[in-house]
Ligand binder design. Structure first.
Ligand code: BV8
Length: 233
């Protein structure tokens, strides 16, 4: 049974109008990771961190899935084998395009998490600092996203999928953040065929057997068409 494991990054949502991190006008050109995307930042200035994620949540709610998200939903629905979609993104554009069972290894903007008791609930559009947890009532609500230095979610499940992959594709990711950037190595160790779909080369392009370059809304639908017509490995 064929198993395709796909990893997506911010580049797949770029043409939906959502900022990437490392493009020249990206999020990390306006915010320092240390100020908005680490547990220390949240402890130091929760207001600044909540404002950063409230802005991200507002932008994601205004955005619409693009042809690349829709092509992956079509692949998951029509492909004869298994398709596992892992995303580093915290937006919900894959789900809104129709993909189900998406693994959000870095969490998601729609989620709130209690830092004290671990309770999870649907995040409000705007999360205030000191918001009380609906379960333990302590003022310890935070965005349910994985910050730098924190353990990404569902890693055991992801490594299991990679060990069974016959095809691994990375779409719209710069390959700079681990452990996601190392998935291609895991897939190659499982003797999977590997393909990178990106606007330009990434930090891990040399690890891939095949490279498809261009905007995701063009190259992802073409790749899915090839897979569904069995014109590719
Ligand atoms: C971990 C969620 C242990 C929140 C994110 C020193 C101290 C502490 C840690 C470390 C350290 N050194 C290394 C580390 C590990 C660290 C790390 O890798 N740091 C990097 C900076 C060196 N990683 C961690 O801390 C991770 N945790 O290691 O725990 C562990 C290890 C192994 C196993 C288990 C546990 C946690 C990392 C998660 C951090 N959270 N985000 C939020 O979103 O705000 S990271 C954030 O950046 C994203 O989630 C994403 O994952 C990541 C990478 O971004 P990309 O998605 O790749 O986006 P980017 O802008 O970089 O690139 C966009 C790409 O798209 C480009 O290639 C571009 O060409 C392309 N593109 C643009 N437009 C288009 C396009 N492609 C196609 N079409 C287009 N139109």
């Amino acid at each position: 049974m064929e198993k395709i494991v796909i990893l997506t990054g911010a580049g797949i949502s770029a043409e939906s109008g959502l900022d990437t991190f490392r493009d020249e006008d990206g999020l990390w050109s306006r915010h320092r990771i240390e100020d908005v995307a680490t547990p220390e930042a949240f402890a130091r200035d929760p207001g600044l961190v909540q404002a950063f994620y409230n802005m991200r949540r507002r932008e994601a709610a205004k955005a619409r899935p693009n042809a690349a998200h829709e092509a992956l939903a079509r692949l998951m629905q029509a492909y004869q084998g298994d398709v596992v979609l892992v995303t580093q993104n915290v937006d919900d554009l894959h789900e809104r395009a129709g993909s189900q069972g998406v693994i959000h290894m870095h969490g998601h903007l729609r989620g709130a998490l209690c830092a004290a008791c671990g309770h999870r609930w649907l995040a409000p559009e705007e999360m205030a600092t000191g918001e009380a947890c609906p379960s333990c009532n302590q003022a310890t609500a935070r965005p349910d996203v994985v910050w730098f230095g924190e353990i990404p979610y569902q890693m055991d499940e992801i490594y299991d999928h990679l060990s069974e992959a016959t095809l691994f594709a990375a779409i719209g990711t710069s390959g700079q953040v681990y452990p996601a950037a190392g998935f291609v190595i895991e897939a190659k160790a499982a003797r999977a065929y590997t393909v990178e779909l990106n606007l330009e080369t990434s930090d891990v392009t040399s690890a891939f057997a095949e490279i498809r370059t261009g905007p995701a809304t063009q190259i992802v639908p073409a790749w899915v068409d090839d897979l569904l017509s069995d014109r590719t490995s």
